[in-house]
Design a protein around this ligand. Structure first.
Ligand SMILES: Cc1cc2nc3c(=O)[nH]c(=O)nc-3n(C[C@H](O)[C@H](O)[C@H](O)COP(=O)(O)OP(=O)(O)OC[C@H]3O[C@@H](n4cnc5c(N)ncnc54)[C@H](O)[C@@H]3O)c2cc1C
Length: 421
């Protein structure tokens, strides 16, 4: 089929070069579009760089769960807790928190969980061909994550609340009693006496290399990556006709994808869409010389973080801090990760530790937006992936390219529509 003439000449411009933007760009290129991806090029700014790298298989419980609203005062009072809200950012966060509260009703939580499950179930299906095409299969560590508890009762308590949702989504565990857990991971402190291996929950062992490999794949397939920051859109007849960068460059465009993670809100506002996107910040501490052998990644629900044996060292990463995009980091939160890790892995070494903060792009219902813009016909959105953006990036790219092509699909896109917000 002949391509429309405009696509022969002008590119689709993708704003944002994290994993979501890259996967959108690769899929659009494969659909026959000219593609230019714009990103400032500071890889450490992207959430895609510093996260846990885990495939969120079975991770179908949203942040807003029944009863969470009663915990909000505690989140405000303990700035170092697993979930914290910055006091001084509270006025700005109120609209997000109100929506978040509404999403925590049981019926909403169950519906949201189904939307998360649909994407979680596609993680391996969409990742494997992308890793192969990018010659990056070696970056996927095939060991599966252990969810760690002090007692069997803690695990049972969590399962009583959410086990039915996980079961519905096909999530599977292999349970480890005290003996089996310590036989598998002898470095874990004796007070942790129960574990559950989360089947399919593998991880990416070097996210910077994955970002580079996907950018290289895009270039090899004929797309380009341009260093810059999208600053404005030029519109005519209900379409974006060009994108302006902050250094004044003007790039004519056939279409635009906003995939700028936590920075997408401002771009959407320029395009006439007000979205309740805020940052759930996370921190990491990278330990290049951890000095212990850890065979698998760990996630510790009671402390809200994970421990991952990555290529460059052991990474402690996680927790949630609701704050404005431009608020300075609170690295005491990273130090708290160290204090928590000492309890779990007493022999871990901390010399050469590096601390990092990143912004999870977060919508109140924990679901991303994968949709068209409401007021401009040739603009598409792919943002708001919260805690699961590494995992959902390849599926998002494929679904977005399908939307652009107007391809009929029996995959239910309603949970990810803009007009739900
Ligand atoms: C501590 C932590 C742990 C996590 N663990 C996991 C995990 O185990 N598994 C998982 O699936 N997810 C995890 N996540 C979530 C995941 O990291 C994010 O959901 C995901 O990286 C979001 O990707 P993105 O491409 O949308 O945004 P980003 O990676 O943030 O990329 C956005 C890019 O857009 C650029 N940009 C900003 N403004 C503009 C502009 N105007 N023009 C052009 N470019 C612009 C930015 O510089 C950035 O490079 C974690 C996050 C954190 C913080």
């Amino acid at each position: 089929m002949a391509k429309p003439a405009e696509f022969e000449k002008l590119p689709f411009i993708i704003a944002g070069g994290g994993l979501v933007g890259l996967c959108c760009a690769i899929n659009l290129r494969r659909a026959g579009h000219e593609v230019v991806l714009i990103d400032p090029g500071d890889i450490k700014r992207a959430a895609s760089y510093g996260n846990n790298g885990q495939f969120a298989v079975g991770d179908i419980v949203p942040l807003a769960v029944p009863g969470i609203v009663l915990k909000v005062p505690g989140y405000l009072l303990d700035p170092l807790g697993p979930l914290a809200i910055r006091w001084r950012d509270l006025p700005r966060l109120v609209p997000w928190l109100l929506r978040f509260t509404a999403e925590s009703r049981r019926e909403r939580m169950e519906a949201i969980s189904a939307g998360l499950a649909a994407m979680c179930n596609l993680i391996h299906f969409d990742y494997e061909p992308m890793l192969k095409a990018a010659a990056a299969e070696h970056l996927l560590d095939h060991t599966e994550c252990i969810k760690l508890f002090e007692t069997r009762e803690q695990f049972d308590l969590e399962e009583r609340k959410y086990g039915h949702l996980r079961e519905r989504a096909g999530a599977q565990y292999e349970l480890l009693d005290d003996k089996a857990l310590h036989a598998l991971e002898p470095e874990i402190a004796p007070q942790f006496r129960f574990g559950a291996i989360m089947k399919g929950r593998k991880f990416i062992r070097n996210l910077a290399k994955l970002i580079d490999a996907f950018a290289e794949l895009l270039r090899r397939e004929g797309g380009s990556v341009v260093a810059g920051e999208v600053a404005d859109f030029e519109r005519a007849d209900g379409k974006v006709v060009a994108v302006r960068l902050n250094d004044g460059r003007r790039l004519p465009a056939a279409g635009v994808v906003v995939a700028a993670g936590a920075w997408s809100k401002r771009l959407c506002a320029m395009l006439g869409d007000k979205v309740p996107l805020e940052c759930e910040r996370g921190y990491h501490v990278m330990l290049p010389r951890g000095g212990i052998k850890l065979g698998r990644s760990l996630t510790i629900p009671s402390r809200g973080f994970g421990i991952v044996p990555m290529e460059e060292g052991i990474r402690l990463a996680g927790t949630v801090e609701l704050a404005r995009l431009d608020s300075p980091p609170n690295f005491e939160r990273a130090d708290r990760l160290i204090a928590n890790a000492r309890v779990i892995l007493p022999n871990l070494k901390y010399d050469g530790a590096e601390r990092w903060m990143g912004n999870r792009p977060s919508l109140p219902d924990s679901l991303p937006v994968i949709d068209r813009a409401s007021r401009v016909s040739n603009v598409y959105y792919a943002f708001g992936h919260g805690h699961r953006g590494v995992s959902f990036a390849p599926t998002t790219g494929r679904l977005l390219a399908g939307l652009v092509a107007g391809r009929p699909s029996n995959f239910d896109m309603r949970p990810y529509r803009l007009n739900r917000l």
